[in-house]
Ligand binder design. Structure first.
Ligand code: RUB
Length: 323
């Protein structure tokens, strides 16, 4: 087993070598597990302090995917176990393993449920690179349904390339299009299927920039939009009014500095995500089953089960926004 150190993992998440909300969450859990194991015979207070520092470092890497603080929160709950550092250490390791296992299981479950919403002959449009959305398509194809996919390019980081490689490997007929071609092809599409970085209490879905344009175009064309999202992508803090922070990435990803440098009146904006309102989403498929987006609160309540006191702790983890 390759050890995942916290600074190395944090750097890989920041640089997007590790990307996609599910993978980020599992990498953070693995890094916390290995960080816990690397603490040799600490006392309880020192262990707690060091784990909290490491957790904060991981949470600070990318602000939008709520799977990251949710995974960290789940693992860090192990700190409360037992009296000694050894007991806390064992609990953190156990919870990290449990998170990783259940995350992988969630992807399989969503693939199974999501595939049932795909019919034989469907043409599906996807945007960005979502492990769990792709898993639905691959499962549908594997079960014998003849499907075809439109995959967008996804400026500026071209995650669409990863998507078309995966689809190609699976043997699925795929069309690769630029982001601005979505409206030109939407009438050839039966279903839009995307992933999520966060789902808010009012059922809005935060996902790769451009998702809301795709969903809006789909709504206009009366094409259904399905979101595949594990329950740990639902954002508990939105219940108490916290907004999801939309990451804005460096302008150099959009325009090379040598060109930008010649245009003193031009400011490049590079938000990495956008918000699709619930009314543009027909269904969210979770590992607990498919729900209309308006039922997001139930998922937060039932499966994340955070108490208000715990929100405060999470606020601390995320840079100390006290109420
Ligand atoms: C990735 C992205 C994905 C979601 C869901 O953005 O928007 O659609 O994270 O992915 P980025 P998954 O490339 O900026 O991380 O289903 O793999 O968790």
């Amino acid at each position: 087993m390759k050890l995942m150190f916290v600074p190395e993992t944090a750097e890989k998440i920041k640089s997007m070598e590790i990307r996609g909300a599910g993978r980020i969450a599992r990498a953070a859990a693995a890094a916390l597990r290995d960080h816990a194991l690397a603490q040799k015979a600490p006392d309880n207070a020192a262990f707690r302090q060091e784990m909290e520092r490491a957790a904060a470092e991981l949470v600070a890497t990318r602000p939008t995917a709520v799977s990251l603080p949710n995974a960290v929160h789940f693992v860090m709950a192990g700190l409360g176990a037992g009296e000694t550092a050894e007991e806390a250490q064992a609990a953190v390791v156990r919870r990290a393993e449990e998170f990783i296992r259940s995350s992988q299981h969630a992807v399989e479950k969503i693939a199974e449920f999501g595939a049932r919403h795909i019919r034989d002959g469907d043409v599906i449009l996807t945007h960005c690179n979502s492990e769990v959305a792709l898993a639905c398509m691959i499962e549908a194809f594997r079960s014998g349904k003849e499907i075809e996919v439109f995959a967008t390019e996804v400026r500026p980081r071209n995650q669409g390339l990863i998507t078309i490689r995966t689809l190609d490997e699976a043997g699925i007929k795929t069309n690769y299009i630029v982001d601005s071609a979505v409206r030109s092809f939407i009438h050839d599409v039966d279903l839009v299927l995307v992933g999520a970085d966060a789902v808010t209490v009012n059922g809005a879905v935060v996902n790769k920039i451009g998702t809301s344009q795709v969903a809006h175009t789909a709504a206009e064309a009366r094409v259904n939009v399905i979101v595949a999202a594990e329950t740990y992508k639902f954002a508990p803090r939105t219940v108490v009014g916290e907004l999801i922070q939309i990451e804005e990435r460096p302008p150099g990803e959009v325009l090379p500095p040598e060109i930008a440098g010649t245009l003193p009146h031009v400011r490049v904006r590079n938000p990495a995500f956008d918000v699709t309102p619930a009314e543009y989403i027909d269904l969210i498929v979770t590992e607990q089953g498919a729900i209309p987006p308006q039922m997001a609160y139930v998922i937060i309540r039932e499966y994340l089960g955070w108490e208000i006191g715990e929100f405060r702790k999470a606020f601390d983890l995320n840079g100390g926004h006290e109420d």
